[in-house]
Design a binder for this molecule. Structure first.
Ligand code: RIB
Ligand code: CA
Length: 310
């Protein structure tokens, strides 16, 4: 990357994988986190704010603004109960009470101000249901011209994790997802398929958990709660990076196979919340990450987390 750090705003529903993504962004020398916007998703927006503050504390971050955003999706009020992050969203990891205060303004206002006040274009990374960003683009359409890139974690080109065909971030608010993915902002989609592909070994997670730096220890505890067995003969235990993979896509796009493909968001019927990645159409709309060098991407993540000890 060029000398100047990339300035970014991150939209989260901090669960365990958003937390890993935040630790990576806060620890990466080429990234400058301008602010964090929170939305109901894995847990309620109020809990998302607390969890995000806890991650900033562990990372020893400066006074980065965090704002609460949408409590509910644009239209439907239903929210998936439960999910793999536990009732508090961070898998019950014991963390010190934060003294950080949330921004007094709504997340949409914070994002608007951060983007329009920035002397350089801002990159948006969205790791959650897209309600805040849809509201931002609808209320302040001018921001699109000041956003140089968006990394959109959500959707899938095949199976879903919330319904057979729908991934959670899109399923939770399909109207918002369509609004965002059809905006004029150059967007790269990080689909759910890559979630099962990008992980670090349990040995690395255990090494992190034993470290005395709070950020490294938190990364280990989060990975430990995101452990799963590999499908191979060894059935090794690994920790899935989830959303953190979308942040590695931002810093190391060379480690991914990306193709420009039309992406349609289904709003109706049994397929509501499905993203259809259309390999047949000639329309060019969204860059979609279709494959990755999982070992190199995992190493990039581990290197940044180890960097907290430097
Ligand atoms: O479907 C996975 C996505 O939904 C991740 O971003 C996870 O944190 C939840 O937001
Ligand atoms: Ca998330």
């Amino acid at each position: 990357m060029s000398g100047m750090p990339r300035r970014l705003a991150i939209d989260v529903d901090t669960g365990t994988d958003d937390a890993l993504a935040l630790l990576y962004a806060l620890g990466h020398p080429d990234l400058e986190v301008l602010g964090i916007s929170c939305v109901t998703g894995n847990v309620t927006v109020d809990q998302v704010v607390i969890n995000s503050c806890n991650v900033l504390d562990a990372a020893g971050a400066g006074d980065i603004p965090i704002a609460a955003g949408a409590v509910q999706p644009l239209l439907e009020r239903a929210r998936r109960e439960g999910g793999s992050h536990g009732p508090d969203g961070l898998g019950g990891i014991e963390l010190p009470q934060t003294s950080r205060q949330r921004s007094p303004v709504h997340a949409v206002e914070l994002l608007h101000r951060l983007i329009m006040d920035s002397p350089e274009p801002v990159t948006l990374v969205t790791l959650a249901p897209k309600t805040n960003l849809a509201m931002l683009l609808t209320r302040y359409p001018e921001v699109a011209a000041s956003v140089d890139q968006m990394i959109f974690m959500g959707g899938s080109a095949s199976e879903g994790n919330t319904t057979t065909v729908a991934e959670f971030n899109v399923w939770q608010d399909p109207e918002a997802a369509r609004c965002v993915i059809e905006s004029s902002i150059p967007t790269t989609m990080y689909p759910f398929e890559l979630f099962s592909r990008l992980a670090v070994s349990q040995g690395v997670a255990d090494r992190f958990r034993a470290h005395d730096h709070p950020a490294i220890r938190l990364a280990g505890d989060l990975l430990h709660r995101r452990r799963t067995s590999t499908h191979g003969p060894s059935h090794d235990q690994v920790g899935l990076l989830g959303d953190a993979g979308a942040m590695v896509l931002l810093t190391n796009p060379e480690l991914f196979v990306i193709r420009e493909l039309p992406v349609h968001v289904n709003l109706d019927g049994i397929g509501r919340g499905q993203t259809v990645v259309d390999h047949q159409s000639r329309q060019r709309r969204t860059a979609v990450a279709l494959d990755l060098d999982a070992a190199q991407a995992a190493s990039a993540f581990v290197k940044v987390i180890d960097g907290y000890a430097a």
